[in-house]
Design a protein around this ligand. Structure first.
Ligand SMILES: *[C@@H]1O[C@H](CO)[C@@H](O)[C@H](O)[C@H]1NC(C)=O
Length: 413
């Protein structure tokens, strides 16, 4: 007895985190995310895109899921923002509930010949899959591997049509834009939320990435405001919560997700006069967090950068601030820079600021390259943590001198 208790205690001590992971669902208390053991959870990680043309998580033509996740883990990261396109779910519905297989997905996006070549590389690195594996089964496998290495998932609806995001005229800007159908969006979110009920490490779902003003449609532009925003956000949050009550729901604001100011300050959601109210999220008001993005990469002032983030909504972490009316955990779910410019004011300032002023953050981006981006196959991502073929860090100095310390300062306070 004594011996087995001792062994259990030693095992729990050695592998404490792994044994208790993931301790979900999370709830929100003030600016904190709290797990099922009562501990405050802070997250640090990166984006792993799965929303581009192929609509399969990137990089698998270069590496196995297991090895990518192991690299992420080696940095101390504990979260991945996994992105998907609504178009993937639309295709599932169009196909009587059955997802498209990898053969079709790669061929449709890259053309028959290139698609076959890239798929063969994916399968060679990831022999658990075949050409008949469905895209969503690849998402499942990514999530499962992340879970087995104690990494949370923040699932993000990045865009409606499967392609690189975001611009003012890409047809995905705002509800009613060419490809951004509100009903399909809500259906897609609910589908993924329900599907995600089988993902043990799904901590949160972001409703929409980088809402923005359409620049090519005056009629649509007239609806680009906070009042419209609130109507859709409430509907989507209700749908996600009904489909799966466990994950936190992440609200993102206007202007490419750079501001949540009127929500946080309890100001009128214009042109209407109503204000944000937790009472509008009946039964799950303790499930809401907000997100911000920042790409002010050329800034020469750390104070200005911090001020923009604070006023944009990060002040929601500070209940003592007089103008903070609605308190939330704040996640900075995108920031990034060309990896050769890692000694900039921008990168050093954020590395210092993020751990102490947010509930968590995710950099853009793990991907050293994409299957396809903006029409180019095997597109090189200068902002990627990985080099082109995902074989090493693109800028090891940045990773080891700044990134790892910032992760540790966030997750091990
Ligand atoms: C502009 O947006 C409106 C509202 O969504 C839509 O009905 C209309 O078709 C759009 N016009 C063009 C030219 O895309």
């Amino acid at each position: 007895m004594l011996c087995s208790h001792l062994l259990a205690a030693v095992a729990a001590g050695l592998f404490g985190q792994a044994l208790s992971f993931p301790s979900l669902p999370l709830v929100v208390e003030g600016p904190n995310m709290i797990d099922s053991t009562g501990a405050v959870i802070k997250v640090a990680g990166t984006n792993w895109p799965g929303h581009n043309d192929v609509m399969v998580p990137e990089g698998l033509q270069y590496k196995s899921i297991h090895d990518i996740v192991s690299d992420v883990k080696s940095l101390g990261m504990n979260v991945i923002r996994l992105t998907f396109a609504i178009e993937m779910v639309d295709q599932i519905f169009d196909n009587d509930g059955d997802d498209i297989d990898l053969q079709t997905a790669f061929s449709d996006a890259l053309g028959e010949d290139v698609g076959a070549t890239v798929l063969a590389q994916v399968l060679s690195n990831n022999p658990q899959f075949t050409a008949a594996t469905k895209r969503i089964e690849v998402f499942d496998a990514v999530v499962e591997e992340l879970n087995s290495q104690a990494i949370y998932v923040n699932l993000d609806n990045h865009i409606s049509s499967g392609e690189w995001c975001c611009g003012g005229d890409d047809g995905n800007t705002w509800w009613g834009d060419t490809y951004f159908d509100a009903a399909n969006w809500i259906r897609g979110l609910a589908f993924m939320a329900e599907h995600g009920a089988s993902w043990d490490n799904l901590m949160s779902i972001s409703l929409r990435n980088e809402l923005r003003e359409p620049t090519n449609n005056e009629t649509l532009k007239a609806t680009y405001n906070w009042e419209t925003w609130y109507q859709y956000m409430k509907r989507a949050a209700d749908a996600v919560n009904a489909a799966n009550p466990d994950p936190l729901i992440i609200l993102s604001g206007l202007n490419y997700d750079t501001t949540m100011q009127p929500v946080v300050r309890g100001e009128a959601l214009e042109p209407g006069t109503d204000t944000f109210s937790f009472e509008d999220f009946e039964g799950y008001a303790d499930k809401l967090a907000i997100e911000l993005h920042n790409y002010d990469t050329k800034t020469t002032s750390c104070a200005n950068l911090q001020g923009a983030l604070y006023n944009g909504g990060a002040q929601a972490m500070n209940p003592d601030e007089e103008s903070t009316v609605n308190v939330f955990p704040v996640l900075v779910t995108e920031f990034g820079f060309d990896q050769t410019e890692y000694e900039s004011v921008y990168s050093t300032c954020l590395a210092e600021w993020l751990p102490h002023n947010t509930a968590g953050w995710m950099s853009w981006v793990i991907a050293g390259s994409y299957y396809k981006r903006e029409g180019i196959v095997d597109y090189d991502e200068a902002w990627g943590l990985y080099n082109h073929d995902w074989s090493a860090w693109r800028n090891p100095d940045y990773v080891h001198e700044l990134l790892v310390a910032s992760i540790a300062a966030t997750t091990e306070p």
